[in-house]
Design a protein. Structure first.
Length: 240
């Protein structure tokens, strides 16, 4: 950890960004040189974060284009649907009222496609997740630089093993934060998918949460409504 690795450019995260976020094998090596091993782990964690951010940024390109086309189609359909009947009514253009209704239908179809396939919402989620990963990566870089400077200046507290464990904790927390960001984005997509009109048939066969039912304690039977429990009778004391 004597030298901080250089940050890779955002466009070259060191992998194929078109594949799914399946992760990469954990780097194994000899811990006889802890500084080199920590630098290798840092590069591995950083490259995975850059690949994750690049995956979301590349996935949002076609969604942004489709979202803009659908939103422009919606706006154009609404404007034409409102203007053409007025032109036909005022006599400026005869027989265009029917085209106005068709324009409204096309605008509604564009809006329905956007909501049905989640194009705009998916674009926003991809941008937000990529920005969150990049912000967390910047925080990791400053934390790692702080640990590097502390090692160069000399440890003021703790041993070398404690310093290595502290660096491993920094990398582990960062990996968990990135994984949580991806999980949260996937959970938002699942919620939107289930709440949309498309998966109504899938919802009917999904897992239905069980209702909380009151189970009577073992050894007792539920009493009929309106009855009071009877106290157990005590045996009279025996005569001596």
């Amino acid at each position: 950890m004597s030298q901080q690795p250089e940050m890779q450019p955002p466009g070259t995260p060191g992998g194929d960004v078109r594949r799914d976020l399946t992760g990469t094998p954990f780097p194994l090596g000899d811990w006889g040189e802890p500084a080199e091993r920590l630098d290798e782990l840092y590069r591995w964690v950083e490259s995975n974060a850059l690949r994750t951010a690049e995956w979301y940024l590349s996935d949002r390109v076609w969604k942004r284009r489709c979202a803009r086309i659908l939103r422009i189609g919606t706006a154009a359909g609404v404007i034409a649907g409102a203007a053409l009947p007025l032109l036909d009514l005022t006599g400026v253009a005869k027989g265009v009222a029917g085209w106005g209704y068709l324009s409204l239908l096309l605008g509604a179809a564009c809006m329905a496609c956007d909501r049905y396939f989640g194009v705009t919402s998916g674009w926003i989620r991809n941008v937000a997740t990529a920005q969150a990963v990049q912000r967390r990566l910047q925080a990791l870089q400053f934390d790692w630089a702080s640990e590097s400077v502390r090692e160069v200046l000399g440890p003021t507290e703790g041993t070398a093993s404690e310093a290595a464990e502290r660096c491993l904790g920094v990398l582990r927390r960062f990996s968990e934060d990135v994984t949580e960001l991806v999980r949260a984005e996937t959970a938002d997509w699942m919620v939107e998918f289930r709440s949309g009109p498309a998966p109504l048939a899938l919802q009917s066969v999904g897992v239905v949460p069980s209702r909380a039912e009151s189970i009577p304690p073992a050894g007792r039977f539920p009493l009929p409504p309106g009855t009071r429990p009877n106290m157990p009778r005590q045996r009279p004391p025996e005569a001596r």
